[in-house]
Design a protein around this ligand. Structure first.
Ligand code: CUA
Length: 351
């Protein structure tokens, strides 16, 4: 009896733990702070995420009701028909088949599954068939090990790790349509407050859209294991009021600033193989393997969110990328301390 009691307590504890995990799922704080709160899938702030949340609440409610009925019947049977002293002497009545019960437990689940299929496919169709209005912003996001390349082909902008989009009104008037591609392995674009996950698959193009209505910085993650630094492949979606977004577009469309103050650093940068991997528009640096650095200083983080974009972390990053992000494909260029300082000074002019 004592033993059985322990087993029940353990099962209840396990269940409570599982429930806690479910409730906190999606409440994961990103590596860096300074975001607009938690990334809970239960507090969506954009259209597809809102629709997905409503659907999942319905599915949770139906599954919860089934759980309560099944578990209730189970507990009732366990208590009502538990072993009692003297049971060994007699055999319980033997029952074979019941048309009513068998029909009920065949038809009812079929109906429930049918309802679930209908509402789910309607939501999927709603989201996937959405056509881009003329006002839509178009972006292409390309997954790399381990950072995000972001292009706006119509605006002539290339950036990394921070996707800027304008706010929409509540009708979703100015959505951003995103083409998702991969340069190497499978990744997954997931910004929980804005939309569901969509994979980035090599040699394939996936589509998604978002229409956030509230300005802010929305953190997200790569959600498909893609190698050593999968966990530090953070994305930020910066949602801006239309005029602020337009200003950002104009700034990004400028060629790289050329300041005489950083001539030494510029020389060092162009004398090394930095230029083979990075682009700085208007210069001979046209590498495509690493992030575009034309407006590096307009971004808030380095190395896809692994470090804040501060002179000190920039210095550490250039001196020893592996020290910040093990496995990073950026090599240590073996620069002297003085050279690192010069390059940092140059990069800081790229506003
Ligand atoms: Cu990219 Cu995980």
């Amino acid at each position: 009896m004592r033993l059985r009691h322990h087993k029940i307590v353990r099962a209840v504890l396990l269940f409570a733990f599982a429930l806690t995990c479910v409730v906190f799922a999606g409440h994961v704080a990103p590596v860096l702070g300074n975001t607009d709160g938690v990334t809970s899938i239960f507090r969506p702030l954009s259209q597809p995420a809102q629709e997905i949340k409503e659907l999942s609440l319905l599915v949770l409610a139906i599954c919860g009701a089934i759980f309560v009925v099944v578990a209730g019947l189970l507990v009732y049977a366990i208590i009502r028909f538990r072993h009692r002293a003297g049971d060994e002497a007699s055999e319980p009545p033997q029952v074979y088949g019941s048309n009513q019960i068998e029909l009920a437990w065949t038809i009812l689940p079929l109906l429930i599954v049918f309802v679930l299929i209908l509402v789910t496919s309607r939501t999927i169709a709603d989201i996937q068939n959405r056509q881009a209005p003329p006002s839509a912003v178009h972006a292409t996001v390309i997954g790399h090990q381990w950072w995000w390349e972001i292009r706006y082909p119509e605006l002539g902008i290339v950036t990394a790790n921070e996707l800027h989009v304008p706010t929409s009104d509540s009708g979703g008037s100015r959505p951003t349509f995103i083409k998702l591609q991969s340069a190497d392995v499978a990744h997954s674009f997931w910004v929980p407050l804005l939309a569901g996950k969509t994979d980035l698959i090599p040699n394939r193009e996936n589509l998604m859209w978002i229409a956030p209505t509230r300005p802010g910085i929305y953190p997200g993650n790569c959600a498909e294991y893609c190698g050593t630094q999968h966990a530090r492949m953070l994305i930020r979606v910066v949602v801006q009021p239309p005029d602020e977004f337009q200003q950002w577009v104009r700034d990004q469309q400028q060629s790289a600033a050329i300041e005489t103050s950083a001539a030494e650093g510029r020389k060092t940068f162009f004398a090394n193989s930095c230029v083979n991997c990075h682009t700085i528009s208007g210069t001979t640096a046209q590498g495509k393997f690493g992030p575009d650095l034309t407006h590096l200083m307009s971004r808030t983080t380095l190395a896809a969110g692994a470090a804040p974009n501060m002179p000190d972390s920039l210095r550490k990053w250039i001196r020893d990328p592996q020290g910040i992000k093990v496995g990073s494909l950026m090599p240590n260029m073996q620069l002297t301390d003085a050279e690192v300082d010069q390059v940092v000074a140059y990069l800081q002019t790229l506003k």
